[in-house]
Design a binder for this molecule. Structure first.
Ligand code: FPP
Length: 254
């Protein structure tokens, strides 16, 4: 074990040197997929996959924080995830509460701000309470903002924004002519945050699954076959190195 870990650390040290620390993506979004398949491969219940997935979250948050990433948005529970069996939904909610309670001190130590996007009013009271508590106890930190996407759906977010814009227009609080890309951004959960530079999806699925639909217009996408519980800082480094080699033109020529 000792030697295995030592090898991993040597690999990490080697690959870390390839990262240009002046070009770290400001905002990374992640679709954490493959917990269920990770567990199935080991003949374990799906809940074990989610538990292992939380360990990955711990490690990846710390790594992003050390690298100087400013925003990390994790797709933790989608508007569609309510269709899962009730016991799985409740496992996920319990893990969220455990994570927030158990990690608060460490997150504070790492200067992390805990934030959420999505309609949390539909979550169990205890989840809402812990989210608000974690946010209020970390909001003056100045490092990484960890956005947990909970009861989040990209289409739902856009519908809410449209409704709010219409309401503001009907109350004469806003002029139709003022509607532009920036204004719509300001009505989204991610207002005041830059759009993601890099979106990572694990588990080999090649789709967006209703995540940050408006915000990812020019985001660089990176996919890996690795299941979320097996996703390590090493994979994140690889994704960042790939990202740094890409030519981001935002529709213009260079
Ligand atoms: C996808 O795997 C994962 C999820 C839907 C939930 C992600 C949640 C966690 C990692 C833990 C709880 C969250 C926090 C913030 C503590 P899947 O179940 O869809 O995997 P599968 O496609 O292989 O079945």
């Amino acid at each position: 074990m000792f030697f295995r870990n030592k090898n991993i650390s040597i690999e990490n040290d080697k690959i870390l040197k390839e990262i240009d620390m002046n070009k770290i993506p400001k905002h990374i979004a992640m679709i954490m997929d493959g917990n269920g398949r990770w567990a199935k491969k080991r003949n374990l219940p799906r809940s074990f996959g989610h538990k292992a997935g939380v360990e990955t979250i711990r490690e990846i948050v710390k790594t992003c924080s050390k690298l100087g990433v400013k925003y990390l948005t994790l797709y933790a529970f989608s508007t569609e995830n309510w269709k899962r069996p009730a016991d799985e939904v409740s496992t996920l909610m319990n893990l969220l509460v455990e994570y927030l309670k158990g990690e608060l001190e460490e997150l504070n130590k790492n200067n992390v701000i805990i934030n959420y996007i999505g309609d949390i009013s539909a979550l169990p009271d205890i989840c809402q309470k812990e989210l608000l508590n974690s946010h209020s106890k970390t909001k003056y930190n100045t490092g990484l903002t960890l956005n947990l996407a909970l009861n989040y759906g990209g289409r739902d977010e856009i519908i809410r924004a449209v409704k709010q814009i219409c309401t503001d227009i009907s109350k004469n609080n806003m002029d139709i002519e003022k509607i532009d890309e920036k204004l719509i951004s300001n009505y989204l959960y991610t207002s005041n945050m830059p759009d993601p530079d890099l979106l990572i999806r694990t588990s080999g699925e090649l789709r967006i699954s209703n995540f940050l639909l408006y915000q990812i217009a020019y985001t660089e996408l990176w996919f890996t076959d690795v299941y979320w519980p097996d996703f390590k800082p090493y994979h994140l480094y690889k994704a960042i190195i790939d990202y740094q080699k890409r030519d981001r033109r935002f529709g213009t020529v260079k």
